[in-house]
Design a protein around this ligand. Sequence first.
Ligand code: GAP
Length: 465
Amino acid sequence: MSAPNIETIVSLAKRRGFVFPASEIYGGLGSSWDYGSLGVELANNIKQSWWRWLVYERDDIEGLDSSIIQNRTVWKYSGHEQTFHDPLVDCRACKERFRLDKLQDSVCPKHADVHPGDDKECDLTEAREFNLMLRTTLGAVSTDEDESALAYLRPETAQGIFINFANVLNTSRRKLPFGIAQIGKAFRNEVTPGNFIFRTREFEQMEMEYFCRAEAAPQIHQEFIDGFLDWFDSLGISRENLKLYEQTPEELAHYAVRTVDILYRFFPERNDEEKQFDELMGIANRTDYDLRVHSKKPEDAEGKRINPDSTEDLSYFDPATNERFYPYVIEPAVGVNRTLLAVLMDAYTEKTNEKGETRVILKLKPELAPIKAAVLPLAKNKPEIVEIAKRIKKDLQPFMRAVYDDTGGIGKLYARQDEIGTPFCVTVDHESLEDDAVTVRDRDTWEQERVKVSELKEFLEKRLR
Ligand code: GAP
């Protein structure tokens, strides 16, 4: 089982402290969300899993953390100033604004169930291009109109990697093929943000640019497509909720020769199975476009430098073949927020207890669970029991995220931990005072086992693995 729709997750996320609407006490901001104490842990665990898998477990990838605000020229040569647009239309009747390419996914605010343009009252303008980069001005003396102070919040983390290619290559003394990985915030002035954390104006990306020879690129591309399906599997996302989508030539970005998207079933409630899926990540073969356009040497057909502003040549010299060339780039780009949403949706399960009550269980992989063990005293008015429970929590804490909770009856406490995905509850009861043992309850099976306190850490660590 997985969540029947995103709304179910929105309500769980708010109720239990994963994700809250941002600026809520001032009416919110439409598309912004804040991550609560459990949400931040889950996001961190997803990022750690990605980083560990790519940067630590492989030996051909380096990490990077580049600036959100770069020299504006970066976005000129990357093509974003010229081409990072969405086509917009306004409706003169309802005064609403829509993305031309998403009319079928939008609903007219005046007529429920009608797509903009489909009703005779709709009066759409001609489409016009709208640049998605969020603008700011730098420096104390600047005004909003001052072009020389104009800067952008990065719309992708990728460009920070390309412009640091030579720095990383020279300092790490890497040889092709190798990759550079980065996790960080990106910003897009999306025309139609929505669907909870699926499309927002501020989001987080995990991007890796893998540099290789042109002839090796197609196979490496395929390896990363297969690799990411495996990585999503390791996060507990079931394969039946994932789908590969090969972008058509018309859909490809200006820099790509092939892009395969991995889609997730974010909208299971939709009748049309095709429409249930939307993009979770993209894996592109970006050719040598990026390193070329940021380099000072390449020339156009008339012999003019394509980039007279760059001070660096981002080519690569291969001593084995005596060749100098611009490496190809394979780019797996995945959103942290969409991964978190997919993980929550896929982990969502309902189970009925012996009293006929339906309980939510978040079957998160232990690696991702915000809390690994909750230590619960059966009687909070018994100081000896409370003392043991608090000591157990303290002893576990250096090895795993553990919490102590005595804010309700044991049934309520179990239900709460099930709903936030805690794999194990450890209960200290009256017997514990006699036998130095506790009851460990498994989130998924609700089975209970008696474990000696002295063996508890080892027991949990083994199960969490
Ligand atoms: N460097 C390539 C690039 O940025 P993208 O397909 O535009 O490619 C990669 O973005 C991923 O970032 C998407 O697959 C998605 O997971 C995430 N993403 C993009 N725009 C987003 C938005 N407005 N809100 C949330 N996530 C977004």
